[in-house]
Write a new protein. Structure first.
Length: 255
């Protein structure tokens, strides 16, 4: 059975690299203490399943003035949910739908919400495809995604949840960094290749897909690393040059 690398193990590995550690969100294992601690310092947080992808089992949570919790996101089955709950036990029941039968759905992590938004307030993210070539790491390509209007409140940016795919130039042109695109892209590339080396030391693969955002200061933040990345997002860009480049690099890897 092929080994997987969960979000928590990723975080622990990346934290060991002094430079990368500055570019990842504050991340904790999910429990009541950590949730309330993060919410006391951040307006909202994300709860993510350790291994599930494609925008499933991810929730944005903030605490209301009356002490209740507002949850907005997608269940582990991918069903959208918006709900106010009274306490953390109710949150736990959403995360583990079969907990009453004594079955948990696995590990969950907490991440601070860095509020990666365009100037119009739309959540966005950046996918970077990194590939190994002759003992070095190269950028196969990158593109941007902006959240579908129907899920803007949750901030969950994923093509499987209706996010719009566009070129990196198009998404950066809608941010505060639009005049400094080259420098932003260079910084993202540097972090992505450094992170690839770290993850490779834990789970060797020939390519990784990395999801970035930009915080309010324009600093690139690495959300997570996908160790089995698809490239269908690149095929959605009208100019197929990046998709063709990734395919070309894959062929070069095999020679």
């Amino acid at each position: 059975m092929k080994r997987t690398l969960g979000k928590w193990e990723q975080n622990m590995s990346l934290q060991q690299h002094p430079h990368i550690a500055k570019h990842i969100p504050e991340t904790k294992l999910f429990n009541e203490h950590h949730l309330d601690d993060l919410l006391s310092r951040c307006p909202s947080v994300y709860v993510k399943h350790d291994t599930t992808g494609q925008g499933r089992a991810i929730f944005k949570i903030h605490k209301n003035a009356d002490g209740t919790y507002y949850i907005n996101g997608f269940t582990i089955q991918g069903k959208p949910i918006q709900k106010t709950v009274l306490n953390v036990n109710e949150i736990r029941q959403l995360l583990h739908p079969f907990i009453k039968l004594g079955r948990e759905s696995g590990l969950y992590i907490l991440q601070e919400d860095i509020q990666s938004h365009t100037q119009n307030g739309q959540p966005f993210s950046i996918r970077v495809h990194v590939q190994q070539l002759k003992n070095d790491w190269v950028i196969g390509g990158m593109y941007g995604t902006i959240a579908n209007e129907t899920v803007t409140e949750s901030g969950i940016v994923n093509p499987h949840r209706g996010a719009h795919v566009m070129t990196i130039a198009e998404v950066l042109s809608q941010t505060k960094n639009k005049r400094n695109q080259k420098n932003t892209i260079k910084r993202i590339e540097e972090i992505a290749t450094a992170a690839a080396k770290v993850i490779y030391s834990v789970l060797p693969n020939r390519e990784y897909g990395m999801d970035f955002g930009l915080n309010q200061n324009g600093t690139p933040i690495l959300f997570e690393v996908n160790t089995t990345p698809g490239i269908s997002g690149f095929a959605k860009i009208e100019n197929k040059a990046l998709w063709k480049r990734i395919i070309m690099l894959r062929k070069m890897q095999s020679t």
